[in-house]
Structure formats: C-alpha cells, structure tokens
Ligand binder design. Structure first.
Ligand code: ADP
Length: 479
C-alpha cells in the first residue's frame, strides 16, 4: 500500500508540538506493516540542508504567485517530498507566526499551496509513484480533498486526521478566487463556515474518513463543549469518525539508552533514576527533599493546557513540600507569571522559558511526576513519555489523557494496575486535591515503586494504532 501524508510539520526536522512527533512516527510504524509512506512538507529554512541532498522530481512555474519545485529525499528513515516555494516558506522565525507574534498574513495561501500540491500528487502521482490513500493532517492540509475533487471525479480515498480542533484555519470568503476554490463548494455542506472559508471543515466534509488521536477525544468532539463549532458536522459524520490513539517513538524515548540522561535506567534498576533527579534539581536550582515529589511540566503555555490553574494552587503545593520544574513557552502573561513564581518560591519552583528537546528528556527522566491539567487534550504525548520513564502522570480526565493513564483509585491500587492520578473537573480545587493525593502516594514508597513499574510496562508504542490505521486504509481501498 502506498500512503501520502500531508502535514505542516514532521519530527525530527521541524516541530512545534505533538503533530510533528506523530507525522514522523506514522510512516515508520506503518512500514512494519508493509506500507510505503511518503510525507509532503513545506521546505522551511530548517529543512534546507536536508533538501540539498535530494532530487527535484517536479517543477511548477507558478504556484500561488511564484515558482516552486518538489524535492524528494530520504532522511532519518523517512521518505520526504519537500515543497520548495521560497515565496511561501523561505522566511525566518516560526513556521506559523511572524516577528510580531501574529499569524503570517499569507497563511491561507501558504497552506492552500501545500494542499494543492498534495492533491496533485494524490490525483496524478509523482515520479512514477501514486498513492493509494491520501492522509491529510489538520487544517493546513484541509483543502487536499477539495482540490482533488475539483481535479477529478475519482480521486484516491482521503483520510483527514484532526490533531487539535482548536486550530481550524478560517479565512475570509473573498479569498475563494485566489485560492482556486470552486464557489460551488461554498455551502454549509462544503467548506463554508458562517460566511467564511474553513480549511478544517473542508477536510472533514470532503474526506471519506475522519480520525482523531484518541477514542475519548473522538467522542468529545461531537459535544458542544469540545467541538468548537464543528460538533454538528462531526455528529453527522459519526459513522466515519474514529479515534486512534497516538503512540510514541520507543527508540527516541527509551530510558535504557537515552544518550542525554545523567543515568540510564529500566524498571528493574529504578534506583538509578534518582541520579537524574539530582541532576534536575541542580539544573533548576531546587533544594532537594527526598520526602516530597518533584513535579515537572513540559508544555506550550496556553489556555488549553490549564497551567493558570497550577499557578493558583502553587502555594498549597509548595506548602506540602513538593517541588516543581517547568519548561515551557507561549503566552507572555503565563511566561511572566511563572518567572515570578520561580522568584517567589526560590529553591522550590524552577522555571525555564523556552523550547529545549534535550532538557525535556532529562526532565522526564528526573522528575517523579508530570503534571498535565489540560482543559482539553486530543491525545497528549508528554504523559506517554512520563509513563515510559516511570514519571507518573497527574492528568485532567479528558481526551487522550483519560485513555492512557490509570487512576490510582482503591480498585486500581488493589488490582495493581494504577499508573498515575486523574482528576475532574478541571478546576484549581480538583488539581490541588490531585497534587495532594500524589504526595500521599509518593510517601508510600512501595505503592509508588509499584506504580512506576506499572507505568513503565504500559504499552505506549505504535503497534496497536498502526494496525488500526492499516485496517482503516485497507477498508477504504476495498470499498
Ligand atoms: P501539543 O501538541 O498540544 O503541544 P502534546 O503533548 O501532544 O501537546 O505534544 C507536545 C510535544 O512538544 C511533546 O513532544 C513535548 O515534549 C514537546 N514540548 C512541548 N513544550 C516543549 C518545550 N518547551 N521544550 C521541549 N519540548 C516541548
């Protein structure tokens, strides 16, 4: 089976969040099932060096206002198709935002171009290669099935995966002409959304199947609290909507071999994890307290992640003797509030503002628990890394967090399957209680060690999910 994935990011080349990890992982996971996957990505400056060793497989004299070409290259075990369109992608800084922190003004064009080329490859193939299935990810690839339908009456089947419905790519209807969209599709059943164009809605409406990244989020998306305006459409497409849990790369995230750790460890050598804790305390300037847990947070600092709630409960948390190491960036108000907390609770709260992949590994290895109080969480990856590193997740009971962490309630403790702590509703009071409960569990050394071992045994790889994607794709090919 040949699979074309279309996305705006892909680890380890270009990453702003979980989407990148997943795009980097799916082709590898599916290759073990005999699937030949290729990933179409914009050629951002960060990919320039990789592209230099590639070959040009197509040229376009005018792609939305400039010349472009497609470069095929294999890197890090992934077959990439890089869309080289300097007028759209060759610019410094964030891949989505300009220096002023606002979306690039031409984002609709930039990602319509990506979708357009994805559609062309879907319909006509490239370089003697034609995909059986087209897999579009998030709003940036939402127009792929629309363009394919405009190009032919019999396009290959398209699957749309929603990684986060908060990002929908909604733009003015006046762009329809410049984006090359057929106005016939500008209807409530098509890509029209309250008088505007919605890329994500387009992807949902025109794809044969829709997936999202956990079973619970798939159910939540059909509710007004989570669907962000698209719940009606998703309810209507209920029989085509499926939640397939994300996995993680078990080689990149392996406490037994991770090269950046102070000390590697396994579930049989848990004592060695302690040296990572000591290193982390040093790195974050924390006073050591063996009797209380060291919590970590590794996150974008946004409303979604509920980290304003953690600020509220900080006094109680510190009072209990717990420590906090936070790595994150995003909302300037939250960044400042956390910097302030680090000053106020010096030695007990440590904060690094920024994005640091290496440090994120060291934190997963060194902390006792990872806090994820998200208001919604499509899947979440950091709790999966936490499980793998014996760093117990303390999570809001929502989306993929609900699907992957087994709460340490009495029944779970008795049957020895608990892997973390869940709380609901997502309020400061419930979070404070969860932190308290975690501190209590930490004090019961045997219970905590047993939970660490459970967590490290919990399957977090791609095996199951790859099979589910494969079954979905096979079903579409024989339909
Ligand atoms: P989201 O995609 O909503 O940001 P996920 O939990 O699905 O949340 O994925 C976040 C990914 O980004 C994880 O791989 C996490 O380790 C990483 N990450 C988030 N913030 C940082 C940071 N400041 N430094 C390093 N890695 C980060």
């Amino acid at each position: 089976m040949k699979l074309l994935l279309i996305a705006s990011e892909c680890a380890p080349f270009i990453k702003t969040g979980g989407l990148a990890d997943v795009i980097g992982a799916i082709p590898k996971a599916l290759s073990e099932e005999g699937v030949e996957g290729r990933v179409l990505l914009p050629l951002y400056p960060a990919l320039q060096q990789i592209a230099a060793s590639g070959v040009t497989v197509a040229e376009f004299s005018d792609l939305f206002g400039g010349a472009a070409r497609l470069v095929a290259v294999t890197a890090e075990g992934l077959d990439l198709l890089l869309l080289d369109a300097p007028h759209l992608y060759d610019r410094p800084g964030s891949i989505y935002l300009g220096r002023d922190g606002q979306d690039w003004h031409d984002n609709p064009t930039r990602f319509a171009a990506l979708s357009h080329i994805g559609a062309r490859i879907g319909v006509n193939g490239i370089d003697g290669w034609s995909p059986d299935i087209v897999h579009a990810h998030d709003w940036q690839a939402g127009l792929v099935p629309v363009y394919m339908r405009q190009m032919t009456n019999s396009p290959p089947p398209c699957v749309m995966t929603i990684h986060n419905i908060a990002f929908q790519g909604v733009f003015g209807a006046d762009m329809m002409g410049s984006l090359g969209l057929d106005p016939a599709g500008f209807t409530p059943e098509g890509f029209e959304y309250y008088g505007r164009i919605s890329f994500l809605k387009a992807g949902i409406a025109y794809s044969q199947k829709i997936t999202t990244v956990s079973p619970t989020y798939a159910r939540e998306l059909m509710l007004p609290e989570f669907g962000m305006g698209l719940e009606g459409l998703l309810q209507a497409r209920k029989s085509d909507l499926l939640g397939i849990l994300n996995g993680i790369d078990l080689e990149v995230w392996n406490p037994q071999t991770d090269p950046v750790l102070e000390q590697t460890f396994t579930s049989r050598t848990l004592k060695r994890k302690h040296q990572n804790r000591t290193a982390l305390e040093r790195r974050f300037d924390l006073q050591s307290d063996p009797d209380a847990p060291l919590f970590c947070v590794i996150s974008r600092l946004t409303e979604q992640k509920g980290l304003d709630l953690l600020l509220e409960v900080m006094p109680q948390m510190v009072e209990r003797g717990a420590r906090l190491a936070l790595l994150g960036s995003g909302n300037p108000d939250l960044e400042n509030a956390y910097k302030q907390a680090a000053r106020q609770y010096q030695g007990r709260v440590g904060v690094v503002i920024g994005y640091d992949e290496t440090l994120s590994h060291q934190m997963q290895a060194g902390a006792d628990a990872i806090l994820i109080p998200s208001r919604f969480e499509p899947c979440g990856l950091t709790q999966l890394y936490g499980l793998r590193y014996g760093t117990l997740p303390v999570v809001a009971r929502t989306g993929g967090l609900a699907d992957t962490v087994i709460d340490a309630n009495d029944a779970a403790l008795q049957s020895k399957c608990a892997t973390g702590v869940q709380f609901a509703p997502v309020t400061a009071a419930a979070l404070a209680q969860a932190i308290d409960r975690t501190c209590d569990l930490f004090a019961e050394t045997d219970t905590w060690s047993a939970m660490m071992r459970n967590a490290m045994k919990h399957p977090v790889g791609w095996d199951q999910s790859a099979k589910q994607y494969l079954a979905l794709f096979n079903g579409l090919m024989t339909a």
